[in-house]
Unconditional design. Structure first.
Length: 328
């Protein structure tokens, strides 16, 4: 009887150890990749030319495909252990997904259209909504199934812009198009910076209507509010920021290639490269076994504030770059 109990205990211990090992392994974040080399490699396999927009489109495809193909696959919608009890990697995935959704929308409404009155590209019109399904949907349809369909439509668009006979399929590398997408990235980074900074709690003055004496809002707001991220969500916000900046680094490197002439004309390439450098600092190895949340000047580190610092600097540089692109 005791021997039987010992076998059961050993089996349970083995299952728990295997689950823990898988959870740790699946929590490793994917490494960065060379967006231009990856696009060149794909173009060679397709016997295609590296036309304007090819690198940006391929990078969006590769980033979304990474969500599905990394160790453990896509985890955000899993309903079984160990992934169902993991939260850091699903938060990372959501950050990547949000940045990818913004780029997909910009490709649909701006990059592929010559002007506001032009028609949408059919493949992008089908691809972009596929990325908007709930990140936690697991059946009928599943998130990863819809994302794969969206990726396939992006491949169709990529093949069409590389086909010289497909003159109706275009990618327009213009300053106004680039600026429109950068404005969306600004908003994402600004929101992440605010949420990260709230890890220690802040009393903020309401500036919602500042700068416009005639501005109105639906309901009255408090003059001062205390904003503090829940202790249970601090690590989630941190890893969501890691995922968002990981994706944005790749997208910025892609537009650096496809919008090279525009950036050179505006003398803005160095500014973009500095933004990328600031964001790359967010991907440094986290040596602590957990995300620490010390007070601003306390004895213990606050990883959220460090991340917020890098993101805020990158966001400020993005705003300056956007204004530079708006100049004649």
């Amino acid at each position: 009887m005791n021997e039987h109990k010992g076998k059961i205990f050993a089996s349970l211990a083995g299952v728990l150890f295997l689950g823990y090992f898988l959870a740790v392994y699946w929590s490793f974040e994917p490494k960065q990749f060379d967006v231009v080399e990856r696009a060149k490699s794909h173009a060679q396999t397709q016997n295609a030319k590296l036309v304007t927009g090819y690198v940006t489109t391929n990078t969006l495809i590769e980033v979304m495909q990474t969500l599905l193909d990394k160790p453990g696959g896509y985890l955000s919608n899993d309903v079984l252990p160990p992934s169902v009890i993991m939260d850091n990697m699903p938060a990372w995935e959501f950050g990547v997904l949000e940045m990818s959704r913004d780029l997909a929308l910009s490709m649909r409404k701006d990059f592929s259209r010559s002007q506001s009155q032009s028609t949408e590209h059919p493949s992008l019109k089908k691809a972009q909504p596929k990325f908007n399904i709930s990140s936690t949907a697991w059946i009928l349809p599943s998130a990863e199934g819809e994302y794969q369909v969206g990726i396939d439509y992006l491949r169709d668009y990529q093949d069409q812009i590389a086909n010289q006979a497909e003159q109706g399929s275009q990618f327009y590398a213009r300053a106004d198009n680039l600026r429109g997408w950068l404005k969306e990235a600004e908003k994402r980074l600004g929101s992440l910076s605010q949420r990260l900074s709230a890890s220690v709690g802040q009393e903020r003055i309401n500036t919602d209507l500042a700068g416009d004496s005639a501005a109105l809002q639906a309901t009255a707001g408090m003059e001062q509010t205390v904003v503090k991220t829940s202790w249970w969500q601090i690590d989630d916000v941190f890893y969501e920021s890691r995922g968002a900046t990981w994706a944005l680094i790749h997208f910025l490197k892609a537009v650096e290639h496809d919008f090279s002439d525009v950036l050179e004309k505006k003398n803005a390439k160095v500014s973009l490269q500095q933004i990328i450098r600031e964001l790359e600092a967010t991907q440094e190895t986290v040596w602590s076994p957990m995300i620490l949340n010390g007070s601003g000047f306390g004895f213990v580190a606050n990883h959220s504030l460090v991340m917020a610092n890098y993101i805020s600097r990158a966001n400020a540089a993005l705003i300056e770059l956007s204004e530079l692109l708006a100049q004649g």
